[in-house]
Design a protein. Structure first.
Length: 116
């Protein structure tokens, strides 16, 4: 199983980025997908989730109204659209796939840095 995040980088405050997570080695359409982030010295936190079966989404209060999660089952990819980025959004962003209580996988992470 592989989860590969791309799209991170350095952006100025107020800018936008779109993260992608390409998934292989599992039946993507059967997995809940999430984005987490971890800033230096802080615990990993849930940013956004898109859940089965209906594709309902949950967004953390800290990014609500700025971040959007979506998925393309035909491309085995989940996205995180991040708008109006702030310096406090600086973190490593991780993709996470979950099916039930047993099957769960992490990506390697992608760095997002927002300059003020």
């Amino acid at each position: 199983v592989h989860l590969v995040e791309t799209g991170g980088g350095l952006v100025q405050s107020g800018g936008s980025l779109r993260l992608s997570c390409a998934v292989s080695g599992l039946t993507f359409s059967r997995y809940d997908m999430r984005w987490y982030r971890q800033a230096p010295g802080k615990e990993r936190e849930l940013v956004a989730a898109i859940e089965l079966p209906g594709g309902s989404t949950n967004i953390a209060d800290s990014v609500k109204g700025r971040f959007t999660i979506s998925r393309d089952n035909a491309k085995n990819t989940v996205y995180l659209q991040m708008n109006n980025l702030k310096p406090e959004d600086t973190a490593v962003y991780y993709c996470y796939a979950r099916h039930g209580m047993v099957f769960n996988y992490w990506g390697q992470g992608t760095q997002v840095t927002v300059s003020s």
